[in-house]
Design a protein around this ligand. Structure first.
Ligand SMILES: *Cc1c(COP(=O)(O)O)cnc(C)c1O
Length: 396
């Protein structure tokens, strides 16, 4: 329809993955600790750490598993309070509960970033922080790390959907004590499922490796320093959250695609954002100065629209071939905090709620051409004009 492609399709897996998958099929070597020390999973960890510029990486079964393991690795006691943004994916408060901790929600502003005043007001009540860089929107990490440092509170970065984003030239996910990434199909590297955590701390990686399921002395196959592992031998639970060699074989050839996916995603995002910003209906929050984004989707706020106008806009956009969700108005949305009814305590976050009621989300994959992006922008603008036309006619 009108030059707009299907935006939920993933990119094909690079052909190079096939030979490695065939080799694994022939040998049956699917478990990372089954064969030699340099299994595909170990190689992925080494390549990922080198790509990001950090010391250690541990591949696991999902980003949720990485978040859970991060809190366990930090040694948080039962019922420790963990500060998380009020705008994140339901998997994040869930990982906190899974780790026997209590999520405390922080307000998020209309720019999708952690509200620093609320962050500062709550930091003294928590034992750890998880910062979700939602859809790659990076909160002010200089301020967050300074405040957390002052209170001696460790920061875990949920960079599930932020691979390739940099902050003052450093990769997101390498700024806090631990960073977590996802290989679920909607993220930049696609293995269907999978996750990974990174850290520069030898003690933390030893604990995380053992708890991820390096039973007995399988940690020796990670090729890391022996001393911290020997100290934790037999002292930690084994949660068995490992990644399969097959998943690693699917991910590794995609690492080479990363620079292209990041550059094209940013080009597409900035192209559509600039066009939308020329109209009165859309506000596209600006990036923070140190941030270089790697978007594969577009978020913007609707301006001057009632709830009915918002619904008319999303209906008209869908008609024109662009699926837009307004986080707070699509039923059962997993990023609207009031739908996290499993929380022990439901907070009220008026600023976050107001943002969610007008914040739109649409996919904008790196593989789109600029002409296709123009068609997306024009469809969104046409939908806003159609939604607001009755109001304008009424006023004249
Ligand atoms: C996708 C996502 C997760 C969960 O990742 P999984 O690998 O599916 O567990 C967590 N946080 C954010 C911000 C995400 O986008």
């Amino acid at each position: 329809m009108s030059g707009i492609p299907e935006m939920h399709d993933a990119e094909p897996i690079p052909e190079a993955a096939r030979a490695e998958v065939d080799r694994l099929f022939a040998s049956g070597d699917l478990f990372r600790y089954h064969g030699s020390a340099d299994s595909p999973v170990t190689r992925l960890e080494q390549e990922f750490a080198a790509t990001l510029g950090c010391r250690y990486a541990l591949a696991v079964s999902s980003c949720s598993a990485a978040l859970f393991l991060s809190l366990k690795t930090l040694g948080l006691p039962r019922d420790a309070r963990v500060l998380i943004p009020g705008f994140t994916f339901a998997a994040v408060p869930s990982a906190v509960l899974h780790a026997d901790c209590l999520p405390v929600l922080c307000e998020v502003g209309s720019d999708y970033r952690v509200d620093l005043a609320d962050f500062e007001a709550k930091i003294a009540t928590v034992s750890a922080v998880i910062i979700s860089h939602m859809r790659g929107h990076t909160s002010d990490m200089d301020a967050i790390l300074a405040i957390a440092d002052r209170h001696g509170v460790p920061v875990v970065e949920d960079a599930a959907h932020s691979l390739g984003t940099t902050w003052a030239g450093r990769n997101i996910g390498t700024l806090g004590r631990i960073g977590c990434f996802s290989f679920q199909s909607y993220k930049l590297l696609n293995a269907g499922e999978g996750g990974l955590l990174v850290t520069d701390d030898a003690e933390l990686i030893a604990r995380a490796v053992i708890m991820s399921g390096a039973y007995e002395t399988n940690w020796k196959k990670h090729g890391l320093l022996t001393e911290p592992f020997a100290r934790w031998q037999n002292k930690l639970p084994l949660y068995n959250l490992r990644l399969s060699n097959l998943s690693a074989a699917v991910i590794r050839p995609q690492l080479a695609e990363l620079p292209r996916r990041v550059a094209d995603g940013r080009r597409n995002h900035d192209h559509v954002a600039a066009r939308l910003a020329e109209t009165p209906w859309f506000e596209v929050p600006r990036k923070l100065a140190p941030e270089m984004r790697a978007p594969d989707s577009l978020q913007f706020n609707l301006v001057g629209m009632s709830d009915a106008d918002v619904d008319a806009f999303t209906a008209a956009a869908a008609e024109a071939g662009v699926k837009v969700q307004v986080f707070g108005r699509s039923a059962d949305n997993a990023r609207a905090f009031w739908n996290w009814q499993f929380l022990p305590e439901m907070p009220e976050l008026p600023r976050t709620r107001a943002m969610l009621m007008r914040a739109c989300d649409t996919r904008l994959p790196a593989r789109l051409t600029l002409d296709q992006c123009t068609a997306v922008a024009e469809a969104l603008i046409g939908a806003a004009e159609a939604a607001m036309a009755p109001a304008r006619a009424y006023g004249t």
